[in-house]
Ligand binder design. Structure first.
Ligand SMILES: Nc1ncnc2c1ncn2[C@@H]1O[C@H](COP(=O)(O)OP(=O)(O)O)[C@@H](O)[C@H]1O
Ligand SMILES: [Mg+2]
Length: 254
């Protein structure tokens, strides 16, 4: 190739590379909190947008809690500060489940225990609610946790919001949540919260959707487990159902 043609070709390659870099930058300007489930992460440009809130919505048994445990495991691996707000089981039960999947959190999760009081058990966590009707108490305990984890990038799981709605005033919970989510996000927190399908009226589900930046649906269809990303802030989503399985290694998306 003559020298001037070679020079033009190199110029063109450099221009294309520069354009690609710009395009990549445009597609993925937001830092992401990965799930560590390759198919999910690639579908949402690398993970949940950092400092956002996502609702995981599906029937009981769909795998929402296991999904949350995986999200925590990935956070622990990355070095994020992980907070697990548990409403339905004791912290030890979650740790045992994570260990069975090979995701030992090694004391790196801060549990906000909103369950032990219900069975009259002593909480293994110093952050424990004594009831769910006093939303102010929940807010204050959360602020204590945030202060203790000062400044770090955080992940928060709330599993399950349905229990909070059941045991507290359902009229007040959405307003409480709006402020709670805003506070958490302002403190560098990526939030994943679960809601049970078939338990709440459609108006309440629409309200919870409105409060969230992302919406992931999970369901059983015949013998298949399916999930889709219906909405995600800063992300192009195709809303296609993806088949997944729960095995002893965790969640496998096909
Ligand atoms: N170790 C495992 N291997 C295979 N499947 C499992 C395992 N542990 C749980 N499951 C499946 O996961 C489902 C429960 O998932 P879970 O996350 O608790 O659901 P949800 O929170 O949506 O109610 C169960 O129905 C069970 O079939
Ligand atoms: Mg669950």
């Amino acid at each position: 190739m003559p020298p001037e043609k070679r020079s033009n070709a190199l110029c063109s390659i450099a221009q294309n590379a520069s354009k690609k870099q710009k395009d990549d930058h445009m597609v993925n300007t937001t830092e992401r909190a990965r799930f560590g489930i390759p198919k999910i992460d690639s579908t949402i440009s690398g993970g949940l947008p950092a400092n956002s809130s996502t609702l995981l919505y599906g029937t009981p048994g769909a795998g929402k809690s296991i999904f949350c445990q995986k999200f925590m495991h990935e956070g622990v691996k990355k070095g994020d500060k992980c907070i697990f707000m548990t409403f339905d089981v004791r912290p030890d039960t979650i740790i045992d489940s994570m260990k069975r999947f090979g995701w030992d959190p090694e004391d790196k999760i801060t549990f906000f225990d909103c369950f032990s009081y219900r069975i009259g058990a002593q909480s293994p966590s110093k952050y424990a609610a004594t009831g769910l009707s006093d939303l102010n108490q929940l807010g204050m305990i959360f602020e204590d946790i945030i202060s203790a984890l000062d400044g770090a990038q955080k992940r928060l799981v709330i599993d399950s919001l349905s229990t909070l709605l059941l045991y507290s005033d359902p009229e007040l919970v959405p307003k409480f949540l709006k402020d709670f989510i805003a506070t958490a996000i302002a403190e560098k927190t990526t939030i994943l919260m679960t809601v049970e399908e078939g338990v709440h009226d459609s108006h309440l589900v629409a309200m919870l959707n409105y409060l969230s930046d992302g919406f992931i649906e999970m369901k059983f269809d015949m013998d298949k487990r399916l999930l889709r990303i219906s909405k995600m802030r800063d992300t192009v989503v195709n809303r296609e159902w993806m088949e997944y399985d729960i095995t002893k290694k965790g969640i496998i998306v096909k």
